[in-house]
Design a protein around this ligand. Structure first.
Ligand SMILES: [Ca+2]
Ligand SMILES: [Ca+2]
Length: 151
């Protein structure tokens, strides 16, 4: 059983190297104590502090989205033009999360968060995704001019 849990942890860590899908399967990453960059869910799970109140359920018990402002005023939230709230993480990520594309407009002026790179098509990607063998920008920009062909 312990070996199984360890394998799960290894899998979770290696899977965590890429941006998880919108559903963010975080339930595999369980630690004894959360770091100061993490939020402790009611059930003891640890999730990224920036995922609190970002409209996505990251804790299995949904405790990261409890008692959040409904007017999108939380720092982790973005207010769409249609009034809907979405996650700040989803600004200029290439997918229409607001439903009205307001999270994907003016991306040429959007400064990507620390640790991210801006592709030539203005998408923000994790900086370590450059030259990793995957076309993360969608137009191949992050895999151009690489000395190795990646994994
Ligand atoms: Ca969340
Ligand atoms: Ca988006």
């Amino acid at each position: 059983m312990k070996l199984f849990l360890f394998l799960l942890f290894v899998l979770a860590v290696s899977a965590g190297n890429r941006r998880p899908a919108k559903s963010r399967n975080q339930n595999l990453i369980k630690r004894l104590a959360c770091t100061n960059k993490q939020f402790t869910c009611k059930n003891g799970q640890c999730v990224d502090i920036e995922w609190v109140c970002d409209t996505v359920h990251d804790c299995d018990d949904f405790s990261d989205e409890v008692n959040c402002p409904t007017d999108c005023s939380h720092p982790n939230q973005l207010k769409c033009a249609n009034g809907q709230c979405t996650s700040r993480d989803f600004i200029c990520d290439g997918s229409n999360d607001c439903g009205d594309l307001s999270d994907e407009k003016d991306c040429e002026h959007f400064a990507c968060p620390d640790g991210e790179l801006k592709c030539s098509n203005f998408l923000c990607i994790e900086s370590y995704w450059k030259c990793d063998g995957y076309n993360d920008c969608g137009n191949g920009w992050d895999e151009q001019g690489c000395t190795t062909t990646g994994k």
